[in-house]
Design a protein around this ligand. Structure first.
Ligand code: FAD
Ligand code: SF4
Length: 484
């Protein structure tokens, strides 16, 4: 096992992400050693001169020389770049690299490929339904979906209304033990200029912590998860989301136990079907689907740029400084917790980058740096595909694009903002609304060829030249504002 400096530096990783990964790895190592398993482990220290090598390939080459192994076995890596590095190091040493399936997923990559084979388009819905049937998840004795429907999406889009959200359950905290404290000190010294702060580190770093965290979600948040899945509110960081993604991606929790815990809560009458199905859909559906898509389309997927977006990422994505309340609130969550929930990622941070025309690879790299749960296999289909539509329709058949009115409907952000979500031009115009029309205009030829964009294209065609000129003038002001 190795802590590789390049993994922390190839994108300037959030300090919380570094500390979480290294602490979880060291605890896992210690657990193995307690069970009598020999582990060669490369720790990073505050002094780069002590590194065994910059990346996994170099460290593996070092270990091959010192250990003279007969063969090499790894579990499927979560990043194509890492897979190539390991294969190259093994090849250079004349050793075969046996890659074993990762059992921390519900589906296998060959089964995904077989399902995808020959299909013109791959949709989440068809994948999700066949996987539920194949694995017999939330199916009744007659072979029908529990609750009589495959999905309860319509019941999962409530806002918090005027009165605001029910009180958020308090966050469960785990005080750093000695192992974590050593990691915190190392990260603070070595990666001092990285974003984020470790002053209040209280994340789960072991499987035992993970199980308590899961339990906490099931009993205190799951019942409201479905209904308020898309809702946002100032000051609300997690609401009823699970924050299980980083524990799943670090393999401290297994997707089966998360799904089963939710289904058991439903069986006990403690969580409604729309919440439980919504949760199962995210893990059994989206999580498995994104993994399949990643390995089907790598290499090359990361360089997709269907809409030829080339703008640099605005500075606010690093420092959170902006007058736009929705972005400021979402960035506060990212900077304080290495987290934002799905709608903040998709319909605030991702939407703004898409409308602004940020280069999708740059957006992806930023995402990889800033989130606790970012691993290439899951981040890429979400950033490059779902959020930026840079893959031209592999993950979603049309861009998730909207004006500020969507954010106004799903949150109270606009009530605390100096901009007006209804206005597309003038000093008070909401940058989302202005950029929405500009985005449609920039890509109108491509969108005319996409029948699912017909409504948006028609609305754009209705804009008169004066309106479009006023919008164009405001776009220049917004770009100038975001460049600082
Ligand atoms: P919940 O809302 O509680 O959902 C439960 C679980 O379902 C999550 O823990 C996660 O494992 C799974 N899940 C939900 N949505 C997705 C999805 N779209 N794709 C895959 N799994 C999903 N998720 C990551 O794990 N890592 C990433 O790097 C990542 N990057 C994203 C980038 C963008 C631009 C977007 C729009 C989404 C991204 N997601 C990513 C998916 C999703 O937003 C996060 O999994 C979720 O917000 C994590 O918070 P949670 O655990 O509270 O999720
Ligand atoms: Fe965001 Fe626009 Fe609403 Fe302000 S008005 S919070 S910028 S959507």
């Amino acid at each position: 096992m190795a802590e590789a400096a390049q993994e922390a530096m190839h994108v300037r990783c959030h300090k919380l992400r570094l500390a979480l990964f290294f602490s979880a790895m060291r605890h896992f190592r210690d657990g193995l050693r307690t069970r009598g398993i020999e582990v060669v482990y490369h720790e990073l220290t505050a002094n780069p001169a002590e590194d065994r090598g910059a990346n996994f390939g170099a460290i593996l080459r070092h270990d091959i020389l010192t250990s003279m192994p007969e063969r090499l076995i790894v579990v499927e890596p979560g990043d194509h770049r890492v897979k190539l590095a390991l294969e190259a190091a093994a090849g250079a040493a004349g050793l075969d690299l046996e890659i074993r399936p990762d059992r921390h997923f519900l589906d296998t990559l060959p089964a995904f490929r077989a399902w995808a084979d020959g299909k013109k388009t791959l949709t989440l819905e068809t994948y999700y339904r066949q996987l539920r049937k194949r694995l017999n998840v939330l199916m009744d004795d007659t072979g029908q979906p529990v609750g009589g429907e495959w999905n309860f999406d319509e019941e999962n889009r409530a806002s918090f209304g005027k009165q605001g959200p029910p009180e958020d359950p308090p966050e469960r905290r785990f005080e750093p033990d000695e192992t974590t404290q050593v990691v915190l000190m190392m990260v603070e010294q070595r990666f001092a200029d990285h974003p984020g702060s470790l002053a209040d580190f209280s994340l789960p770093v072991t499987r035992e912590h993970g199980l308590m965290w899961l339990d906490d979600f099931i009993s205190r948040r799951l019942p409201w998860f479905g209904k308020y899945q898309d809702a946002m509110w100032t000051g609300g960081d997690f609401h009823f989301h699970s924050r299980l993604s980083f524990l799943l991606n670090l393999k401290l929790l297994d997707p089966r136990e998360c799904i089963n815990a939710a289904i058991n809560a439903h069986d006990r009458g403690e969580a409604p079907i729309n919440a439980v199905e919504g949760f199962v859909r995210q893990i059994l559906g989206w999580r498995e689907f994104t993994r399949g898509i990643y390995w089907l389309h790598m290499p090359g997927y990361l360089e997709s740029n269907e809409l030829r977006a080339e703008q640099p990422l605005p500075a606010l994505y690093w420092n959170g400084e902006t007058e736009m309340t929705c972005l400021r609130e979402s960035m506060r969550n990212v900077l304080e917790h290495g987290y934002a929930h799905h709608i903040q990622r998709l319909m605030v941070l991702g939407l703004f980058a898409q409308l602004y025309g940020v280069n999708p690879r740059e957006f992806h790299d930023w995402h990889m740096a800033m989130y606790l749960d970012a691993i290439d296999w899951v981040s890429a289909p979400n950033t490059i595909g779902m959020s930026q539509f840079a893959d031209g329709g592999i993950v979603g058949t049309k861009p998730y694009c909207a004006t500020g009115n969507y954010i106004d409907r799903m949150s109270n952000y606009c009530r605390h903002c100096r901009f007006d979500p209804k206005r597309a031009s003038g000093k008070d115009a909401c940058p989302f609304t202005t950029l929405y029309w500009d985005f449609l205009g920039r890509n109108i030829d491509a969108f005319r060829r996409n029948h699912r964009m017909g409504f948006q294209v028609k609305n754009h065609d209705r804009k008169n030249p004066d309106e479009l000129a006023a919008i164009a003038a405001r776009v220049d002001e917004i770009r100038a504002m975001c460049a600082v």
